[in-house]
Design a protein around this ligand. Structure first.
Ligand SMILES: C[S@@+](CC[C@H](N)C(=O)[O-])C[C@H]1O[C@@H](n2cnc3c(N)ncnc32)[C@H](O)[C@@H]1O
Length: 203
């Protein structure tokens, strides 16, 4: 889907929660606030939550309609976020700047996903944390919701492979309860990596 398709979806009233993803907040709550980058931020639920926790947040999405909602949410919650309208496949974040980079529920063809993931990892300062969370390919058969094109769904091993040289903290498929009577849990790929610390050489 391109930016026009996403704008159409938002303008037609697709409704997602304004509340942050619980898996994400569980991971990030242990980190000291610093500079954060949210790639494909959508309507800003996670970026706004980060700002409420004291993070300095830049959030990027190519949908202008998503960013209208995101700005409204930030205003309603009384926080500042730097919003950027850009295609994360083409836009490269500045190198070695962010303590945290989030890539949540961004589903792209692997050939372009790898570029986004590498850019995301390269934006981290040493010791910084990258969180990648999205619908797992197992979700199709065993889970609930999400895209039905297997080629854009995630697996923990594919994300780790595409990221290249990083310290993996977590790479697993996790269940996410769904607020729908009788529905199975959704299955997400969760990968958390830490940028290597710069080694200290003494002579
Ligand atoms: C399912 S929403 C997830 C939003 C947010 N990460 C969250 O968890 O609430 C996917 C978002 O990715 C954005 N997106 C998809 N492809 C993109 C791209 N190439 N560049 C920037 N944003 C993109 C869409 O506009 C949409 O807002």
């Amino acid at each position: 889907m391109d930016a026009a398709d996403w704008n159409h979806r938002y303008d037609e009233g697709v409704a997602w929660s304004d509340e942050p993803n619980a898996r994400f907040t569980g991971i990030v709550s242990d980190l000291p606030p610093g500079r954060a980058l949210d790639l494909a931020c959508g309507q800003g639920r996670n970026a706004v939550w980060l700002a409420q926790q004291g993070w300095t947040v830049t959030a990027v999405d190519f949908s202008s309609s998503a960013l209208v909602r995101a700005r409204d949410l930030a205003a309603a919650r009384g926080v500042d976020v730097t919003w950027l309208e850009a295609d994360v496949v083409r836009w490269q974040p500045p190198l070695v700047v962010y303590d945290l980079v989030a890539v949540l529920y961004l589903h792209l063809a692997p050939a372009v996903r790898v570029r986004v993931l590498r850019h995301a990892a390269a934006a981290l300062v040493p010791g910084g944390t990258l969180v990648v969370l999205g619908h797992d390919v197992r979700n199709l058969e065993e889970g609930h919701g999400g895209p039905d094109d297997p080629s854009i769904l995630l697996t923990p091993s594919a994300v780790v492979r595409e990221l290249g040289a990083v310290d993996v903290v977590t790479a697993e498929t996790v269940a996410r309860p769904v607020a729908e009577e009788g529905a199975r849990d959704a299955l997400d790929t969760l990968v958390v990596v830490r940028a290597p610390q710069v080694s200290q050489h003494t002579s």
